[in-house]
Design a protein around this ligand. Structure first.
Ligand code: NDP
Length: 325
């Protein structure tokens, strides 16, 4: 099988497409012929070696994939069935989706929702799935469209773009926060009512600022998240899933104890199966057909290392889909 293989040489990560004997695939009760994968922030960290994502080499990266079952010892999955996988450490400590085949535990799979093709599932991928989990976190925090504006940070990225489209389709009024003014039209076409520049959010905030947001989805972290917390309406909810700007959170207790603000963390790796299925079904239902054309560009396996470097340099907008076979 052809696969992108990560190897470690002199403390550097090398990423090359290689022919590998499929007998080297890891243990697992289901084997999948991978048709599509995608490039996520975590993949880019792993492939460029900029983040300590991979602990054991050689590793096939790719934290998500969609394809057809080619053999199965799990009674829930039949040969020929379309499936989707995100998370569970696949592409980090278990060979992942940037290869023609993957062998995994049936516990980690989700049957492809009827309304999605395998290609569409990977346009969404881990980023889209995480965006849906963030929207569900706002809903569970009681945030309703009539409560006020929702802020989405890191708006041009995979999670941010999908979150904007999901929220707009659900009737929320969305403000996008972006470091790239050139993406204003794109973000508005996804459904953002307004686009704010990131530069207004780089300074450390006061403990409490003017109340602006009923809800927020944050993919950036650090001072930017601290400022968003200081600007939340009374009873607002922030769903925090990312660290594109850093892993620190220099905030105070004031938004929590004086404005009843809720900060809900969102993890997509270990999400239980039932919630995964709900999130996939809901994404398939909510997103308009136009989203899949707007937010995507498509590459092949050989182009992945360069695309990963571009993603790390914040030169990619929306989702990068990888055609495997
Ligand atoms: P992308 O790289 O596609 O998007 C990140 C966006 O953040 C960029 O497009 C950019 O948007 C903004 N950004 C980039 N660098 C900085 C910076 N230094 N300071 C502030 N903003 C910046 O990544 P994804 O959308 O795939 O992922 C976003 C984050 O969410 C990542 O940190 C990722 O690790 C995390 N994540 C977490 C998951 C979980 O399970 N918790 C799952 C999936 C992702 P713009 O130019 O518009 O400002």
């Amino acid at each position: 099988m052809r696969a992108l293989l990560l190897e470690q040489q002199n403390d550097q990560t090398l990423a090359q497409v290689k022919d590998i004997d499929s007998a080297r695939l890891p243990e697992g009760d289901v084997t999948v012929e991978v048709n599509w994968s995608s490039l996520n922030y975590k993949d880019a960290l792993a492939i460029t070696g900029k983040g300590k994502i991979v602990r054991n080499f050689p590793m096939v990266p790719g934290i998500d994939f969609a394809g057809k079952v080619s053999s199965s010892k799990d009674s829930r999955y039949k040969v020929g069935q379309s499936v989707v996988l995100t998370g569970w450490g696949v592409g980090e400590n278990h060979w992942g989706g940037l290869a023609e085949q993957a062998r995994i535990s049936g516990e980690w799979l989700v049957p492809l929702p009827k309304a999605l093709s395998e290609r569409k599932a990977m346009i969404l991928g881990t980023a889209g799935f995480t965006a849906m989990l963030c929207v569900m976190a706002l809903e569970e925090g009681g945030v309703k469209p009539e409560d006020g504006d929702i802020l989405v940070t890191g708006a041009s990225g995979g999670v941010g773009s999908t979150a904007i489209a999901l929220l707009a389709a659900l009737g929320y009024s969305v403000t996008a926060l972006s470091g790239r003014e050139s993406n204003t039209d794109y973000l508005k076409s996804l459904g953002a009512k307004e686009v704010l520049p990131r530069r207004g959010y780089v300074e450390a905030p006061r403990p409490l600022e003017k109340q602006l947001w009923a809800g927020a989805i944050d993919t950036v972290g650090d001072k930017l998240l601290a400022r968003v917390l200081a600007q939340m309406n009374y009873n607002g909810t922030v769903a925090a899933c990312g660290l594109a700007g850093g892993y620190l959170l220099p905030t105070t207790v004031m938004p929590f104890i004086l404005r009843n603000v809720r900060l809900q963390g969102v993890d997509s790796v270990h999400t239980p199966l039932h919630r995964r299925q709900t999130a996939w079904e809901r994404m398939a239902e909510i997103l308009p057909a136009s989203f899949y054309a707007q937010a995507t560009h498509e590459i092949v396996l050989e182009e992945v290392p360069a695309a990963a470097a571009a993603l790390m340099n914040n030169q990619i907008t929306g989702r990068t889909l990888v055609k495997i076979s």
